[in-house]
Design a protein around this ligand. Structure first.
Ligand code: UDP
Length: 238
């Protein structure tokens, strides 16, 4: 919940698959719909967004095919910035003020990552979009979502998923007995190897008391509802 009488503040994690609709590159129809759902919450909730980049490059995959891992990871991070700019554009078209903050300096397209400034932006009803991950190879944007949420003091991390509507006991596409959890603890997820987000990210949330909600972005108005605090999908707690 919110503390100190201030507005609810959320950190929304959008993975690359959300941008690409499962393909390489950016699907403008999907990004526009996402932007409009976010726009509907502006003024009520403060939102920062961490953007993934798997629709362009994943460092681990490129290094499997022979590239240097660190350089491949930098390519991955640069991919996230393209997603940021696409989302920024559609948010501004929907009438929302935005700022992109990048962990790799590229002053022509993004501010530097300055957490206190990010908070000020949100207080002024601007949506802040964090790009380039942590600026560090060997990290994931999931881990960055946890870290940014903690640093800007978000109340909750919201993980928007494509193709599933929460966390299941087994793969719902393969196992008819799979059930969706309404709540789950980080320890349960870690012990049972349930891949809600990567282990580093879950450990960071757990150690710092940060709650998370995993929800499906496909349902009507789901992104809006999750930002506003409706209990969609699975809540992950300490
Ligand atoms: N990446 C990185 N450091 C970071 C964040 C991302 O090196 O702090 C790289 C990494 O190669 C990763 C790629 O950027 O595979 C895209 O990010 P991610 O896989 O987390 O995106 P998502 O799965 O959310 O689409």
């Amino acid at each position: 919940g919110t503390s100190g009488g201030r507005r609810r503040r959320v950190l929304l994690k959008l993975s690359g698959e959300v941008f690409g609709g499962g393909k390489l590159g950016v699907d403008p129809v999907t990004v526009q719909a996402m932007a409009e759902q976010i726009a509907a919450t502006v003024g009520k909730v403060e939102t920062a967004i961490v953007v993934g980049g798997g629709n362009f490059f994943r460092g681990a995959e490129l290094s499997q095919s022979g590239m240097d891992r660190s350089r491949a990871d930098y390519m991955g991070m640069l991919g996230t910035v393209m997603n940021c700019l696409a989302l920024q554009d559609f948010l501004e078209q929907a009438g929302v003020e935005t700022r992109v903050q990048s962990a790799i300096s590229m002053a022509q397209v993004a501010e530097a990552y300055i957490p206190r400034r990010a908070i000020r932006h949100m207080e002024k009803d601007r949506v802040v979009i964090f790009g380039a991950g942590a600026g560090l190879p060997y990290f994931s944007t999931d881990t960055v979502a946890a870290q940014r949420a903690l640093e800007v003091r978000a109340d909750e991390v919201l993980m928007a998923k494509s193709g599933v509507d929460g966390v299941y006991s087994a793969d719902p596409k393969k196992d008819p007995d799979a059930v969706m959890y309404e709540t789950l603890t980080y320890d349960e997820a870690l012990l049972n190897n349930i891949r809600v987000m990567d282990q580093t990210a879950m450990t960071m949330c757990k150690d710092n008391g940060l709650e998370m909600r995993v929800f499906g972005m496909e349902g009507e108005g789901n992104v809006t509802r999750a930002i506003l605090g409706e209990p969609l999908g699975t809540r992950v707690t300490v």
